[in-house]
Design a protein around this ligand. Structure first.
Ligand code: UDX
Length: 433
């Protein structure tokens, strides 16, 4: 099938690449000229396992091309995916200006029937809004349908999640559009939910908000565990065996970050408000997440004393492992707060230092993990990259001024750290002092 994807961010790029890999003729379009030039040369704008190889292969096979010209992309396709950014406004609502602009371009370009699909997380009724914009601006009497097909991919496993989704959600009232979508997804084995546009839009919001709530719930339990002298790891394990609860997304830590959960939670609170519902539970999810970062700074202060003029080593900056994404990473608040208190920060992240440089000033970015430990009065773990699990603890201890580790991701076993002679502080577990 002929597919176009407007917007080549995480969602757009993964969508375009996977549909090309499945044998479709795909054009990805983006207004960012530099990004498109690089993509055509096989240089990826983001770090994502497996993406580069797949893009290169499909460009070579002439199934995938990138352009700056949205109109070319729109004309090419039977199915047009809108994957442009939906950033938050200052008040937390979703800013739909990019989606609206694409809808106008579609209206002025299409000459034959098209299925127009929105994949980004957008407020309920966005599908109807897109439809109205196109109807109001279309020149000839051209038929089209709007479909909501929310994306659930995670950064760091974007390709795998797109190739092997746990479900496919199609929201449309049109038989013709749903048949085309079914054909497009026919090679992917996953349960398919076909529903109306509004329900599809709500599935995405409800899913992300539920997951964020699960994280805030376990972080609240971690706080209680610390007060009660219990171990949140064991509590989560015990809860997770219950299939109704499930064991994933129960890792206590320094709170969720990234470009989805923080903004989607805020947006859903606003959406609910616009319908007259005060979503108190989700407000608590957000507030627990904010508290968690502050609580971690307090933990550091308790372990280290006044951070003024003290050298602190930091392992991990990205909002989670396997990504270079720094957007809404908890590390930003934590490190800025420590700097405000006078701490000197040496940090290392395998992928995110480039992006971190534009968000964090006066940080000494190190070439390798052991460098951050040199003369450090404490070592912070802010992202649980696998390579940190393999580090030589004896070597770390020998390099540090004081062997103190404050682990925001519960990456290490407290017993082992005690044996190795560290003072070790983690989340929702007893301190090793
Ligand atoms: C998320 C959703 O998972 C995905 O379905 C949606 O399409 C986009 O948003 P992503 O932002 O890539 O994906 O990250 P995810 O892996 O879900 O993690 C989000 C945040 O939660 C990270 O900061 C992570 O560190 C944190 N987290 C996750 C926890 O603190 N504890 C957990 O148990 C799980």
């Amino acid at each position: 099938m002929k597919i176009s994807v407007i917007g080549t961010g995480y969602v757009g790029l993964a969508t375009a690449t996977v549909f090309a890999e499945l044998g479709n003729e795909v054009i990805g379009a983006d207004i960012d000229k530099e990004k498109i030039e690089k993509l055509n040369k096989g240089i990826m704008p983001i770090y994502e396992p497996g993406l580069k190889e797949l893009v290169e292969r499909n460009i070579k096979k002439k199934r995938l091309a990138f352009t700056n010209d949205n109109k070319t992309a729109i004309e090419h396709a039977d199915i047009i995916f809108i994957c442009v950014g939906t950033p938050p406004k200052d008040n937390g609502e979703t800013d739909l200006k990019y989606v609206e602009k694409v809808a106008l371009e579609i209206a002025s370009t299409i000459k034959s029937y098209k299925v127009i699909v929105h994949k980004s997380t957008v407020p309920v009724e966005t599908g109807e809004k897109v439809k109205k914009i196109i109807e109001a601006n279309i020149k000839k009497n051209v038929d089209f349908d709007v479909v909501s097909n929310p994306e659930f991919l995670r950064e760091g496993s974007a390709i795998k999640d797109t190739m092997e989704p746990e479900r496919i959600v199609i929201g449309t009232d049109s038989k013709r559009a749903s048949e085309m979508m079914k054909k497009l997804y026919s090679q992917i084995k996953a349960p398919m939910i076909i529903t109306d546009v509004r329900s599809a839009e709500l599935i995405k919001h409800a899913s992300n908000s539920f997951l964020a709530t699960k994280i805030s719930f376990i972080n609240a339990i971690a706080r209680i565990c610390e007060l009660a002298g219990a171990d949140v790891g064991k509590v989560a394990e015990g809860m997770g065996y219950d299939k109704r609860i499930g064991s994933s997304f129960l890792n206590a830590g320094i709170g969720y970050g990234g470009f989805c959960f923080p903004k989607d939670v805020q947006a859903f609170i606003k959406i609910a408000e616009s319908y007259g519902y005060d979503f108190q539970m989700l407000k608590a999810t957000h507030s627990i997440n904010e508290q968690q970062k502050k609580f971690f700074v307090e933990k550091i202060k308790k372990a280290l004393g006044n951070p003024n003029n003290k050298k602190i080593g930091v392992l991990g900056l990205a909002f989670k492992p396997n990504t270079d994404d720094m957007r809404f990473a908890p590390s930003v608040y934590i490190l800025q707060e420590l700097q405000r208190l006078g701490a000197i920060i040496n940090a290392y992240d395998p992928e995110a230092m480039g992006k971190a440089k534009s968000l964090l000033n006066s940080i000494n970015f190190c070439k390798e993990p052991y460098d951050v430990c040199i003369n450090a009065e404490a070592l912070l773990i802010l992202t649980e990259w696998n390579e940190f699990k393999e580090l030589d603890l004896e070597k770390i201890k020998s390099l540090m001024k004081h062997p103190i580790i404050i682990d925001g991701r519960n990456m290490y076993d407290p017993k082992l750290l005690r044996e190795k002679g560290f003072r070790y502080f983690s989340i929702g577990r007893k301190d090793v002092v």
